[in-house]
Design a protein around this ligand. Sequence first.
Ligand SMILES: [Zn+2]
Length: 234
Amino acid sequence: MARAEPLFRLQLVDSDLDATRKRVKDIDTALTSSPAVVHARSQLDLARKARQSAEGDLKLVELDAQMIEAKLKGEEKRLYEGQIKSPKEMLDTQREIEMLKRQRADADDKVLRAIEAADAARADDLRCEAALREAQTHFEADVVSLREERAKLVVHFNAQVEMRKAALTGIPQPDLEAYTAIRARKPNGVAVAMVKNDACGQCGEGLSSQQLQLARVGTALTSCPSCGRILRGL
Ligand SMILES: [Zn+2]
């Protein structure tokens, strides 16, 4: 058995532990909040503000139309009930009534447009409310499956910890120290590289026949000349 073989077995367990640890961390993050729910909630906030604003606008233009209407009624009453004495006042009142009728037509148009805008804003608000409910439902379903996955990972992790203890037995102390030091330096935590197609399986550096021979049967550890990882030959 090549010198690197026990380290390679340890590496398999450590890589599995790394991946399990990372997945548990990702799950814990995913369990704290859902980006989809946060997004849907902010969309709903915006839609609700727009709805309140549209409904406020509608009230204002309705009030405006009511005031014009009341004024018009008052002028018409004066005209038809014969309260006006002079022809000049009669003419002025008639002009005033015409002007108020034009204003009322404008105000009615504004009210119609405001009703349409308020209806659209209400529909948008309801749509966002439904989207938030849907996002929350999805998140609740995700939480259930993520918790199940997490529980399984914890069981797997504990089993791998036992495997690691077994994998450690028989590894010479200097080899373990070299392994630990290289692993700490590598972002992917891989200290032992398999030889693949006569090259380092991690960085792809081509290996000489002597290096290949040493990696396969050497009594000392052989390192990749490029990335420095321990080579495990086949
Ligand atoms: Zn390499």
